[in-house]
Design a protein around this ligand. Structure first.
Ligand code: DGL
Length: 267
């Protein structure tokens, strides 16, 4: 592990790009290696064992690429696989849930908090347990939103089906009177505009990526792992387990620039 290595990050698909974007903004000198497990997306309905198996292979792949730090840019893997894998590999790692919870607790005033996430994340209780551990008076309203990831992966960000699904999942949370809603899945910031319209101006939307990248930056600084910056710009490489060209196109649309060649890697 040394500071000239890249940061590794992974997700089931394009969701982790919402984290890449924040890494590139807060840590512009850092090279990154992204792994999208697009052969297995969506993760949300899979079992804990299956998810641990995928995450283990991805972490092993990233470690083999010499990364110095790993972001679980996927809440489902953060909830179900991070604690096991962080003791299995000698690499510093971070997930989204603890930093996301800290941000929610900083922002909520009425202590009624909504969590939208995949079925696996909701079932794990990861957000709810962490929120209640840190403040037992918090009321948590969790909503699994299984239709959203397939819509986002298909590029349906404002289709009638997307509008209908967002309304279906979020109206009950709005009715419950939450003042803060956390995006418990890295795909959901793709729908931030639609979600903001449904929730209205009284509800703060929390994307855990910002707090996560800030915490990781502090940890990396403490470990002497921050890139010092060179004359050439950092390189960002992308690997997927599925179709590379489709991912390249989705990434180009979201990031507003071509990410260059995307490489298929078998897990
Ligand atoms: N983006 C992921 C998450 O944050 C996974 C979503 C999925 O594949 O179902 O949970």
């Amino acid at each position: 592990m040394n500071k000239s290595g890249a940061i590794g990050l992974f997700d089931s698909g394009i969701g982790g790009l919402t984290v890449s974007k924040v890494i590139n903004t807060i840590l512009p000198e850092e090279a990154t290696i992204y792994f999208g497990d697009t052969a297995h997306v969506p993760y949300g309905q899979r079992s804990a064992d299956e998810l641990l198996g995928f995450a283990d292979k991805i972490v092993s792949f990233l470690a083999g690429q010499g990364v110095k730090y790993i972001f679980f840019a996927c809440n489902t893997s953060s909830a179900l696989s991070l604690s096991v894998l962080s003791s299995r590999y000698p690499l510093p790692m971070i997930g989204l849930i603890k930093p996301g919870v800290a941000e929610v607790l900083r922002l909520t005033r009425n202590k009624k908090v909504g969590v939208i996430a995949t079925e696996a994340t909701v079932r794990s209780g990861a957000y709810e347990n962490e929120l209640k551990k840190r403040d037992s008076s918090i009321k948590v309203y969790s909503q699994a939103a299984p239709r959203l990831v397939p819509l986002i992966e298909a590029g349906e960000l404002d289709s009638p089906a997307a509008v209908e699904a967002v309304n279906q999942y979020l109206c009950p949370l709005r009715e419950a009177g939450i003042d803060t809603l956390v995006f418990g899945c890295t795909h959901y910031p793709f729908l931030a505009g639609l979600i903001a319209d449904v929730m209205g101006p009284g509800v703060q939307l929390v994307d855990p990526a910002g707090a996560t990248v800030r915490q990781a930056a502090a940890e990396m600084a403490g470990l002497g792992l921050l890139a010092t910056g060179g004359s050439s710009p950092p390189v960002h490489r992308f690997f997927v387990s599925g179709e590379p060209q489709a991912f390249r196109e989705q990434a180009r649309r979201f990031l507003g620039k071509d990410v260059g060649p995307v490489t298929r890697a078998e897990l």
